[in-house]
Design a protein around this ligand. Sequence first.
Ligand code: AMP
Ligand code: GLY
Length: 312
Amino acid sequence: MKVLVLGSGAREHAMCWSLANSPLITKLICAPGNPGIKKEAECIDLNINNNEDIVSLALKEEIDLVIPGPEIPLVNGIINDLNKVNIKAFGPSKEASQLEGSKKFTKEICKAANIPTANYEFFTNQEDAIHYLKSINAPIVIKADGLAAGKGVIIAKNKDEAILAIKNSFKGVFGEAGKTVLIEEYLEGIEASYFALCDGKNAIPLTNAQDHKRVGDGDTGPNTGGMGAFSPTPNLSEEDNEHILNNIIKPTLAVMHERGTPFQGILYAGLMLTNEGPKLIEYNVRFGDPECQVILSRIKSNLFEAILAAVD
Ligand code: AMP
Ligand code: GLY
């Protein structure tokens, strides 16, 4: 089969490294790729934020299966557009990708599936958001509703910082993503990431990992998309893994299926391990970067066979 991976990061390098071992793959292309990926796949320049360009390349190269790495093509509906021209693709539809693309959507799913998460309120105007601060205590978590590359979350230590974060979000610091602001309860605990491979109905646990979010040494400075990662995390026992699979991942899949937006792809749960048990901070609809690098190094079975089975 001819396979096209979309992306240019270390995550996509790890994906290509893992896929390159599969005897089922006759040609592996990565677009746009990077110099490291060239060792594993043919790299072709491409703007992966443009669905038409992706579909044209997939048709021209007679690709059998497309595997997007990052969230933007997924949220842009690349799976829908490829399926329309009968090309298979691994990942959630545009509708199901809202699990990452909209925090509001995810909170609704949490409510419907009874998934533990932080208490929250959404605001579409600055005055109401600032007024709400009077009724809550610091630290306060302020989030842009939409995609902000892992940088749309401010943990405000006091109300002045919270007011500044709210003003910045409505001023457009996070672009369209910040036009709706989520004010959330601060969750105390250790973070962990949990990954499952999903086919729309079933979830197979991959494993867990932990990443280092803050930019500076010693866990200081602003949050980033992730500065490094390790897997497994010693903070999750086998029992915890089972609990997460049965009480967070599976109910989410069931609700997504019931709503007519079944989830196929990698479901990545960002969790806070609190005194009351694991709570969902966010969902991502793809492998994490840098978590993918440590997870795929550990997988002993054939990744491509599992991906193909999930798609089919
Ligand atoms: P998110 O983009 O929602 O994953 O948030 C990015 C990071 O902000 C998380 O990985 C946490 O480190 C932190 N964070 C987000 N929400 C909360 C919360 N409710 N309580 C404490 N920390 C949080
Ligand atoms: N490492 C965090 C992420 O990929 O979203």
